[in-house]
Write a protein that binds this ligand. Structure first.
Ligand SMILES: *Cc1c(COP(=O)(O)O)cnc(C)c1O
Length: 243
């Protein structure tokens, strides 16, 4: 076997091990919460990692992948178009990139303002597609919301935004998404998200998705009803620190 071949095998082995640990954590959290593990979808966030890893993950039975930057996402999608994957865009999105994201994103989880709804709707129309949209909620305390870099609509804006998405051509309201505030117990924030998710279901009963929980806090999210967890480093390893 070639050197490159054995290196690829080692990476595949590592990802298989990490993935099965994450799947066990999800199953354990579901058992603790009295939930069926079939209710929780794992989205592996592949940002910073190459399309060769996406390929390995697809081989290992991953169906949902997530990216947070348009340029990186579109390149990886181009390189793996032969794979049966659902692409989630989970990052802060500039309005002028929204139409381009509509070319490949099946789900956009980070819609947090009205202008983005209009831009995505136009993009969906241009690409003759329908995009599942989650309204991203900011769970940061109001004084830390601006400049957190995480994005998200303030809780009071969530239902009006959901109504706008539900009425938009080419978009399907899927539910809500959030990132827990750093350095604190995520449980109260996730409970707030679950409550907002209930309100969003009064807009559209089929909008049942609650995307919450990452490598560090997926158990807390599953406990309050997360239907989608977005896991990066626990599957792929630590990302290089960038500033
Ligand atoms: C990077 C990222 C994740 C995954 O984070 P990990 O801590 O590596 O699991 C999840 N959600 C969003 C929005 C992200 O940007």
């Amino acid at each position: 076997m070639s050197r490159a071949g054995s290196r690829d095998d080692a990476r595949a082995q590592q990802l298989a091990t990490n993935l099965s640990r994450v799947r066990e954590r999800i199953a354990g959290a579901c058992a603790a919460a009295g939930r069926d593990p079939g209710e929780v979808t794992l989205t592996v966030v592949t940002k910073f990692f190459p399309s060769s890893d996406v390929r390995i993950l697809a081989d290992l039975g991953v169906h949902h992948v997530g990216e947070n930057r348009h340029q990186e996402a579109v390149e990886k999608w181009e390189e793996t178009r032969d794979l049966p994957l659902t692409w989630h865009f989970v990052g802060t999105l500039q309005t002028n990139k929204a139409a381009a994201v509509a070319a490949y994103a099946d789900v956009v989880e980070s819609v947090d303002r009205r202008k983005l709804v209009t831009a995505l709707s136009k993009g969906a129309h241009a690409h003759d597609t329908t995009i599942d949209v989650l309204v991203q909620v900011s769970l940061d305390p109001p004084d830390r919301r601006a400049g957190s870099g995480r994005g998200g609509a303030p809780p009071v804006d969530v239902v009006p935004l959901a109504e706008l998405v539900a009425a938009a051509d080419g978009l399907r309201l899927g539910g809500v998404m959030a990132v827990a505030p750093p350095d604190e117990d995520p449980a109260p924030a996730f409970a707030t998200l679950a409550e907002l998710a209930r309100e969003v279901r009064t807009v559209e009963p089929r909008a049942t998705a609650i995307s919450a929980g990452m490598s560090a806090d997926l158990e807390a999210a599953i406990e309050v009803g997360a239907t989608h967890v977005r896991v990066g480093s626990a599957v792929l390893g630590e990302r290089p620190q960038i500033k």
